[in-house]
Design a protein. Sequence first.
Length: 250
Amino acid sequence: MKRILNLEGAINLRELGGYPTNNGTTIKYHKLLRSGDISNLTGKSLSYLKNYGLRYVVDFRSNSEQQTWADTTSDFYKIYSDPVYPLKGNGDKLAMMINRNGYSYLGMIYQSVVLDKHGQQAYKILFDLMLHNDQPKQSLLFHCAAGKDRTGIGALLVLKALGVDEETITKDYLLTNLMYDDIDTIENTLNDENGNQDINRMNMTKADLASITSVFRAIEHYYGTFDNYLDKALNIDAAKLKQLKSIYTE
C-alpha cells in the first residue's frame, strides 16, 4: 500500500500503517494518517478520505493559522482544534539545561515542545482521541501546516508508543523532505508574510536527523524511559498503552 498519498489539496499526507513493531506485530492500515495543510481538499480527495474511513481530524496549528487556512470541513469527520503553540516557557528552560553542546535549530525547538507542559497537553489530547478511535474501518488524521514539526513530533510519540523502533521512526520523519521538491507550493501555502515568523522558518526548514534524535535524548534525560514519559507527561499508563496497541496493531 502507498505510504505517500498525493491527494489534491493536501500537503505531505502520509499513511502510518504497515510499520513493524518490536513485538512482531505491525501498525494497521486505514487507522492513522499524518499530514500538513488540508485546507484545500478537493471533492475527489474528500471521497478518498471518506472511503478510507476518516472520522477524526486533529489540528495542531495555532488559532491564527486555523482561522487563516481553515481545514476543509465535511460531514463524515470531526475537526478537533489542538494548538501546540504557544508554549508556556518551561520547555525552553528544560531544553537549554541539557544543550550545553548544542543541537540543531529544529532539535532545540522539538525538545522544548516535548518537555513543555502545554506541548504535552496538546499531545495528550491526540492520544485521548486515539483511544476513542476504537471502531473498525474508522481512522484518525493529525496535522499541522507542513506536516513536519508539530506533526512530526506527534508521529514520533505515536509510533514509539506502539513499539516501532527509532530507526524506522527517523526514516518516516525524513520522508517529509520529499515535500520540498515542490518548493513553489510550499512557499505559497506555508510561508505567511503576516503570520508567526518562527513558524514560517520552521515550515521552510528541512527535516534533519539531529532534530528527531534530540527528542529521544530529552525524554530519556528527564523521564528515564519512554513509557515513563507516556505515563507522567501524557497520562498513558500501562493499561491505556495496551489498549492503544490493541486498536492500532495486528
